[in-house]
Design a protein around this ligand. Sequence first.
Ligand SMILES: Cc1cc2nc3c(=O)[nH]c(=O)nc-3n(C[C@H](O)[C@H](O)[C@H](O)COP(=O)(O)O)c2cc1C
Length: 250
Amino acid sequence: MPELKRSPAWQYLQETKFVRGKVEASSRPQIAPAEPFKQYPTAEKVLLPRRWDGEKGSLWKVLQQRRSIRRYSGSPVSITDLALLLWASQGVTAQAGPYYLRTAPSAGALYPIETYVVAERVEGVMQGILHFDVRGFQLERLASGAFAGRVTAGALGQGFMARASLVFIWSAVLRRTMSKYGHRGLRYIFMDAGHICQNLVLAAEALGFAACPVAAFYDDELNEILDLDGTEETVIYMAAVGTRDVKAQD
Ligand SMILES: Cc1cc2nc3c(=O)[nH]c(=O)nc-3n(C[C@H](O)[C@H](O)[C@H](O)COP(=O)(O)O)c2cc1C
């Protein structure tokens, strides 16, 4: 498969391999670290409920039933459901020294992923873009208004996203992980995002919602929507969550 071997992706995998006897000697690039948390101190805060019924369905049933579903009825979700989805994906479950350990694992407990929510249809929450403040368990409003059109266009025009109640957008603060793990850290960043998204879609299934991961998007357009520079922090993954359309299968 010479064409595979010529691809930058394959070369990246080769160059970031751990090889027995060479791990200690391999030099790490000097990449300065970044702040472990992002905050928008002047943003309006949307407090999230912290009390809920945690018994929402058996893990085994949820694993069996989960599917990527792209048809939504267009009904709103409650703020409690939004809180549950955020907690399932990135909720703090323990503290160990400076580390805020979460529902999803993270290489080196460095948590490079930031969560943004495009709230399209949430009862009691004005439409807009919000950033999840992990430590405060609250949302920080970055913008108000309907963003479904721009987000859908940015997601290669995948029309189902326009009927979602919520779109989760995950960015990576590359330095958080790469300052410790170098180039190989990029692998870990994408793994972290996968864990987070899996937690989200399982929680969505447990709550009776429909959800679909989305990785096909115009990177620069999504970064622009969130006002990210695309270098220090860049969008790497998304997921749409909506209320189920009982007439539809997928
Ligand atoms: C990394 C990743 C990226 C994906 N990107 C998209 C996407 O952009 N659009 C979409 O409709 N589905 C997307 N999906 C959903 C897959 O199509 C779906 O998981 C697959 O068809 C298997 O179906 P299931 O999730 O119902 O088991 C993505 C899934 C993953 C894991």
